[in-house]
Design a binder for this molecule. Structure first.
Ligand code: GLN
Length: 323
């Protein structure tokens, strides 16, 4: 039954978190946004919420952090919901780049074609420019509404991080100007960037990410109420993008070694999910779950170093791979 199962899984996860916490020493906290450097590099936490109500939470689970690049998944979802899937896909591609998240190299290669995908900065900024509304608040309202519906409260902006990001945004401004020059931006460039920095600065907890992951695991439906929160087609697109492009230029390795859709952010957060499916009786009963991981010490690709190793371990122990 769920309760004994949960206790059993909890003990395992506690052991694994304390083991992988040592691995945080191999990584570095992001420093290109000055204030992100203040994060505690020893932190590591995970929350897993299962379809059957199972909830396992271990490590530094109370520490709030900014959603950063994980927001790209949800701004893409909102853009598709507000403007229609074909409108968005006519303007942003769905190909992995194999380049860093903020690379400008591929923009020139793509000259006059569309940005590679919505999960790298160029594509994400383009998607943000397609959100309806004139001001950043208008553009972000449906994103906040969606998050509130899933996590049960209206999330807040971390204003210090927003300002720090805005004031150190040379690279993203370069991308913005390039997109402006090539005609991809559908809104004023400054408003678009302001919206993008704000969406990255939304503060979340592991519980929130796990809940958001769980909705995606179920193709956009809340498994408890059966309400459609995200249209199925959009949820599936988002998961395909997470799998192929979600972990920056380490997405191939993550798909190969972990095998579940996931998206990371430079603050050290990762959202991941495992869809429900028929399972082998011998394996622990995790029939569909959403996962939030936080560990601000990053590897050289900008992914939580201990977080990835912890996810890899759990996915293999619990047979979570979608392959
Ligand atoms: N705010 C970040 C940026 O665009 C988001 C990047 C990330 O999490 N990789 O610079």
């Amino acid at each position: 039954n769920t309760e004994t199962n949960q206790e059993w899984l909890q003990n395992y996860v506690d052991d694994w978190v304390s083991f992988y916490r040592k691995h945080t020493a191999d990584g570095e906290v992001a420093s290109y946004i000055p204030i992100l450097q203040e994060a505690n590099r020893d932190h590591l936490g995970i929350t897993i919420i299962g379809n059957d109500g199972m909830r396992v939470s271990s490590g530094d689970v109370e520490v709030p952090f900014t959603i950063q690049s994980i927001s790209k998944v949800f701004s893409f979802i909102i853009a598709c919901m507000e403007r229609g899937v074909s409108y968005i896909l006519d303007r942003v591609d769905v190909e992995p780049t194999g380049e860093a998240f903020n690379s400008i190299m591929h923009l020139e290669m793509q000259q006059l074609k569309k940005p590679f995908n919505p999960l790298i900065n160029a594509g994400a900024i383009t998607v943000t420019s397609m959100l309806p509304g004139k001001t950043s608040d208008e553009k972000l309202k449906p994103l906040f509404d969606l998050m509130e519906k899933i996590i049960g409260y209206r999330p807040a902006l971390n204003v210090d991080i927003y300002e720090s990001e805005r004031d150190s945004s040379m690279r993203n401004r370069a991308i913005g100007y390039y997109l402006l020059e090539t005609g991809f931006l559908e809104s004023d460039m400054n408003i678009t960037l302001e919206t993008y920095f704000k969406q990255c600065s939304i503060e979340v907890t592991l519980d929130d990410l796990a809940k958001m992951g769980m909705i995606l695991a179920n193709d956009g439906e809340d498994p408890n109420t059966l309400e459609e929160i995200i249209p199925r087609q959009v949820a599936r697109l988002a998961k395909a993008l997470m799998l192929t492009c979600g972990m920056y230029d380490a997405s191939g390795k993550f798909a190969a070694y972990v095998g579940i859709p996931a998206k990371s952010g430079v603050s050290g957060g990762i959202i991941a999910l495992s869809p429900p499916r028929v399972r082998d009786e011998e394996l622990p009963f995790i029939n569909g779950c959403g996962i939030g991981v936080y560990g601000p010490a990053l590897d050289d690709k900008g992914n939580s170093i201990a977080g990835i190793r912890l996810l890899r371990h759990i996915a293999s122990q619990w047979d979570l791979s979608i392959f």
